[in-house]
Design a protein around this ligand. Structure first.
Ligand code: ADP
Ligand code: MG
Length: 679
């Protein structure tokens, strides 16, 4: 048995954990002993200080040393058993619901001195402790600073504590994975020492080297995995793509604008990758409306003209349709473009499958369904993934593999995130960034209005509609229920229809494909001026003529989601407006968030401010996104450690240091799984 085997073993191997407790732990996603180590106390309860009865504070957990004076056991059932106790300053009653007299007599023998700790209450002029769990004649066994864990029902604190102390007692001494220089930066704290300190109520508050070491371990394991994946991708030699620059030029000539400096730079970087014999694995990052689509289509046409097929994957059907229309408009007629989504009917799907295999389709645009096993390309040369920040390292690598050795990968993201997070989430990729916005853009002017002033909003909208402008009216998800969600948008639609007659359209997720498309088409063709919708318009859709967006119940959305929604307007050269509507009372935090949106139009700035407000944990729903999350590391607070880890990985790569030194680190931190799966 290896020294680390204990850490990787199933929790049911821990003494005292039966199948029932195992199930409870697994529900909390704690599967191995190693997982358990990271289920840290939420906080600590200090039961070490003894108080006198006359100085007790009501509502607090406190500890007293008292004499047991008298049992007050009721003759009537269902009333609690009470025990009167005293010290030299006063009287207190211990109140027990659902405890047998025998048990009470045992833990609180008459006339004995006991130490009791519990939450103090005050009832009918008397101090009380209800159902105290910490009672002993041995003072020291109660007077402790005890950790509190977030418990699942069925797991009590005592059990938890006993399991964790068993694990801590049996922690193995692991072979050090860091070299001396690195270890010295953390004052030579070993992994085991660090873990023990992490669980120690006295040192945890102090933080320090032990915590930094553990955070660094975590970041390094993630970066090393990324580095390995990069290497394995670069190792594959592909056929260089050959294409002429006049294809790009003639496409650019069809545009009624000129590309920005950063768009051109990104195209250059991408072209360099396409023409090299190393596989491209590149992230194209740029705020909403920065013009990523055109860069991706230029990339697509270059790959097609060098004799390969291209797959473009988008998150929604509507977006697929819009990219499809744009590609048809910009590409020469001989380029064959098809669209495939989960709603594509059997006959069409079969056709597409056949034509793909016969190389009769050049560009296939679609949703997730593009990557079902049945869909086989004849000569896939490029995969483009649009607006998919919910794609993990594993899925990306899978895609790249599915494409085969000649397939390049371009991922586009509008998620404005700090560099530490890019390093983490996209650390396996090269990056191109579009910072400059098209220069015809004006900042969107943002207002906020309470719901009660909806008449003013209507007036504002009316004015714009009369001038021929178009308006998005967004109704949010209420109570997470799709059904109610649709109803609220239907209600609003009917309300607006009374005012604006046939100038209003309604779009929500429950409509069928044809209806949806018809409505979007009508909006694009300006047959309707107001589009009431749920958040289906959130991602990517491009309506340059829309200049007003009204967002109801705006406090239901996160800042970045509001920024994305607002990005649906202000895409043309018109002055655009965003009206955030709220229920009448707003929390301080909500007010701050509105002000951030009013003040800034730059997604990066907004995410920075958002982080200051919320901490990174919640940023962009990062935690919920299913992407890798850290147990300890915080991309904002621990920026220095992220930088240090980046340096370290570069050194390891450069010196060709034996990465095997870090095998244990990768194995423990669950990165090895990914590697075994992928490489
Ligand atoms: P995103 O980066 O959010 O995907 P899009 O690619 O959808 O943005 O572009 C938003 C809008 O900006 C589109 O209408 C597009 O035609 C337009 N656009 C793109 N690049 C430029 C540019 N350089 N100058 C002016 N308009 C541009
Ligand atoms: Mg886009």
């Amino acid at each position: 048995m290896k020294d680390y085997d204990f850490l990787l073993s199933d929790i049911n191997t821990i003494k005292g954990i039966g199948s029932k407790t195992t199930k409870l732990f697994k529900k909390k996603n704690i599967n191995t002993v190693f997982d358990l180590i990271w289920s840290l106390p939420r906080n600590f309860t200090d039961r070490s200080v003894i108080s006198k009865i006359n100085e007790l504070q009501i509502g607090k957990i406190q500890t007293i040393i008292v004499n047991v004076e008298k049992y007050l056991f009721p003759r009537v059932r269902n009333l609690p058993n009470r025990v009167r106790c005293y010290d030299e300053t006063g009287i207190i009653e211990c109140v027990f619901f659902n405890s047998y007299e025998g048990y009470i007599r045992k833990i609180l023998p008459l006339n004995s001195i006991v130490t009791i700790s519990g939450k103090i209450s005050y009832y009918k002029d008397k101090y009380q402790i209800t159902n105290p769990t910490h009672i002993s004649s041995n003072e020291n066994s109660v007077r402790k600073i005890l950790p509190n864990y977030s418990l699942t029902s069925g797991l009590n604190e005592k059990k938890y504590l006993s399991v964790i102390s068993y694990v801590l007692k049996n922690l193995p001494d692991l072979k050090e994975w860091h070299n001396d220089t690195t270890l010295d930066k953390f004052k030579n704290v070993s992994w085991k020492q660090a873990i023990l300190k992490l669980h120690d109520s006295k040192s945890i508050k102090k933080k320090g080297n032990f915590l930094n070491r553990l955070i660094f371990d975590e970041i390094l394991s993630s970066f090393l995995t990324n580095s390995k994946i990069r290497k394995s991708i670069k190792k594959v030699k592909k056929i260089k793509k050959k294409f002429k620059s006049d294809i790009t030029n003639s496409l650019i000539n069809k545009l009624n604008f000129s590309l920005t400096k950063d768009q051109l730079k990104s195209i250059d970087e991408i072209n360099y990758d396409l023409k090299s014999n190393e596989k491209m694995f590149r992230l194209l990052q740029g705020d909403v409306g920065s013009g990523k689509t055109i860069v991706s289509l230029i990339t697509a046409i270059n790959v097609i003209s060098s004799g390969f097929q291209v797959a473009l994957m988008v998150p929604t059907e509507i977006l697929a349709k819009q990219h499809f229309n744009l590609a048809n408009q910009l590409f020469e007629k001989n380029i064959k473009i098809k669209i495939l989504t989960s709603k594509t009917d059997y006959k069409n799907r079969k056709n597409i499958v056949n034509n793909l295999a016969d190389n009769k389709i050049d560009l296939l645009i679609g949703t997730h369904s593009l990557f079902q096993d049945k869909i086989k390309f004849n000569k896939l040369g490029l995969i483009i993934i649009d607006e998919q920040h919910k794609f993990g390292v594993k899925q990306r690598k899978k895609l790249s593999d599915k494409g085969g050795k000649n397939c390049d990968v371009l991922v586009m993201s509008a998620t404005p995130i700090p560099r530490t997070m890019i390093m983490t989430i996209f650390g396996d990729m090269d990056t191109s960034i579009i910072k400059t916005k098209p220069n015809n853009r004006k900042d969107v002017i943002t207002y906020s209005k309470p719901e009660t002033k909806i008449n003013e909003v209507i007036k504002f909208v009316k004015k714009h509609v009369e001038n021929g402008n178009q308006v998005f009216w967004v109704c949010p998800l209420i109570e997470e229920s799709k059904k109610i969600d649709h109803q609220s948008s239907i209600k609003r639609y009917e309300f607006l229809k009374k005012i604006f007659k046939n100038k209003v359209g309604l779009l929500h997720g429950a409509l069928d494909k044809e209806t949806k498309e018809q409505i979007l088409f009508n909006f694009l063709k300006k047959k309707i001026n107001i589009l009431v919708s749920t958040t289906v318009i959130e991602v990517g859709i491009d309506f340059p003529n829309a200049s007003v967006i009204v967002i109801e119940n705006a406090n239901k959305f996160g800042l970045s989601q509001l920024h994305q929604l607002r990005g649906r307007v202000g895409r043309g050269d018109k002055q655009s407006y965003c009206i955030l509507m709220f229920k009448s009372t707003l929390s301080e935090n909500a007010k701050k968030r509105i002000n951030i949106l009013k003040k800034y139009n730059d997604g990066f700035k907004i995410s920075e401010e958002d982080m200051k407000l919320r901490g990174y944990g919640d940023l962009l729903g990062f935690k919920q996104s299913g992407l890798q999350t850290f147990r300890l590391a915080d991309p904002v607070l621990n920026e220095d450690l992220f930088m240090l880890a980046e340096e370290e990985v570069k050194k390891i790569e450069k010196d060709n240091q034996d990465i095997n030194n870090y095998n244990l680190l990768l194995k423990l931190y669950d990165r090895a799984d990914i590697l075994n799966d992928l490489i």
